[in-house]
Design a protein around this ligand. Sequence first.
Ligand code: C2E
Ligand code: CA
Ligand code: CA
Length: 688
Amino acid sequence: MSDKQATQQARLKPVRKTGWFSGLLWISIFALTIITMGWVTRLESDQTLHQDAELTAQRWTRAIAGLEAEPERLFGNQALDPQTRLRLSRLNEQSGVFGFWLFDLGGKLVRNSNEAGQPGTARQSALGKMALPAMDGPLRTALLGGLPQTQISRAAIANGPQVYAVVDVAVLHQGRPIGLARIVVDETQRADAADEGLLRIAMVVSLLLAAIGALALYQHLVSRRKQHSSDAHLRYLAAHDALSGALNRASLIAALTREVARSGSRKPAIALLRIDLDRFKDINDAFGHAIGDAALKATTERLAACLGSKDKLARLEGDEFAILLVGPGSREAVLPIARAVQHALAQPMDVSGHHVRCNGSTGIALPGDAAVTADELMSHAELALFRAKSGGRGNFVFHDPERDREVIAQRALTRDLRTALAQGELSVYYQPLFDNDGQTLVGYEALLRWCHAAQGDVPPAVFVPLAEAAELIDEIGLWVLRQACSDASQWPGALSVAVNLSANQFASGALVRQVARALADAGLEADRLCLEITESVLLNNSEQVMKTLRKLGALGVSIAMDDFGTGFSSLAYLWRFPFDKIKIDQVFTKNMVDDPKVAMIVRSIVMLAHSLEIRINAEGVETVEQLALLQDLGCHELQGFLLGRPGPVASLSHAGHDPSQGHARPRGESRESLFATIAMDLPHHHHG
Ligand code: C2E
Ligand code: CA
Ligand code: CA
């Protein structure tokens, strides 16, 4: 189960690496768009500047050609008159030309903008430093062919324009070329204006993109948060028990492992409690699963209320819980908490109007001096729990290596017992019961036998308590009952059968129905069946048991009190329920010959039974002395190895049975005469 949950947990881990990846992709797209836009706008801007520079240059060349009557002179060697210089300089200022060079048609430089009388040679010397192509053949041909050459530059000229164009162009006069010009056009303002416009567009576009991006990001985050919370929910489901909300086994083991690891080489200050609700199955059977579930929830709440903030509560499965205490590392520290847990469990619960009560048994493990793992703690606590359950339940028990060693063997036996019935290893033996004469067979007691495949015969005194602790006795006991009824139905009419019932069989509330059914299915008369119970049956919840016993009595079945005299004072029970038979325990039979006090006690019991008109049986008759004494005392029924050992049904000869008796003898048979004997006998013994 724990493995399954662990893999389930692993499977639930989110497989989601796309989060950062899509973010990165988005940022890349955004950046790429911005870069592309910048590049496109720069191209666009350069194109605009290019066109503008060319227009300016053409205007300028037309103006220069119209500057004089004979513009050819400008491309000659002669010096310019002041008037022409002035006009040239004005022309430059108006048209935004920063400087120029004039070449003759052969490509020879004839003058530069200094001759326009512009101030300072600084400008010209700055221009002079520019690396410009020579006015050579191919360029000249292109210019004369009407193809001006323009170069935009954004590398600022010292003391000059930030952005400028160098335009090479042919100067025409009356439709024919008269020279070549290289003009530097200041494009700074125009470039600024163009850039500003484009910048604005770029800003709007990037704002838009950013808005879209932000929206996408927001949506991404929202869906991620949703995913996150559903992941958290899944993780919660994987770590918790759905019914009770407590942790599940895998989470508890994980927490335990963490605590053990955290303490390193030191002994961890923790304690592990394993709790099993006693006979929880009966609640399910009696009230249905909905009430059972509600009781489990209520129990979870109660347990949780006993815990500190660091402690952990888990429901391992079914009605099994575990508590990890963090902090208390000694028996003394754990004791008050264990008591509180026990107390919390013992309180009756009110579940949907039903009064439900289920005690719990608790096994407690503390880390020993040797290194301890989570697994070891779990199994130590479980062994202790097992001992708590077999030691009467409703209790807590600490792990004890010595004592838990036996438990390991018992547990192995319990495990085998689970399958014993299905494997046909169980059988019912019958021990004869005789009348006071020691010869007339009146019936048999059914005794369970287990032939273990490997260990051979296991005594019922060993495995019956195990079956009770493991809550297997209901099933096994029912099987014995049905088997005994069916076997008895084949016996001569007068013979009865006595079946032992365990206290647990009274708890489910199904006993009366089961008995009636067994009788009906076997076709056995009810008065041929006797049910033997011990005082332990009456110890807890005796009101309900009394009711059940009364119903069984009403069926016609007789009820015997087994092992009388060994438990508590049974007199109150004798008074409260009209038992049909009392079985004096073997201890008395064994000791009565040697110990007159024991004989007196037996005598008193027999007397008591006679007065109450209850049949009296003596068990464990092994010697003729015992037989004689018991016969003398007036025991109605005798049982023991001397008279007959238990044997399989096939071995029964029914020797001694009285065929004249068509039916089981009525209870208190031959009471009159026996009672008379005793009454006469008593004073004699009293004085002696
Ligand atoms: P019990 O009900 O007191 O059964 C009588 C036990 O005494 C039987 O032991 C029987 O074999 C033994 N016995 C009979 N005569 C003598 C004798 O002369 N000397 C000695 N020393 N012993 C004698 P067994 O069969 O081992 O059963 C032991 C106990 O196991 C029973 O005690 C009963 O409490 C329990 N048990 C047996 N079968 C069942 C069953 O089907 N259901 C339940 N709930 N308990 C059973
Ligand atoms: Ca018995
Ligand atoms: Ca007995």
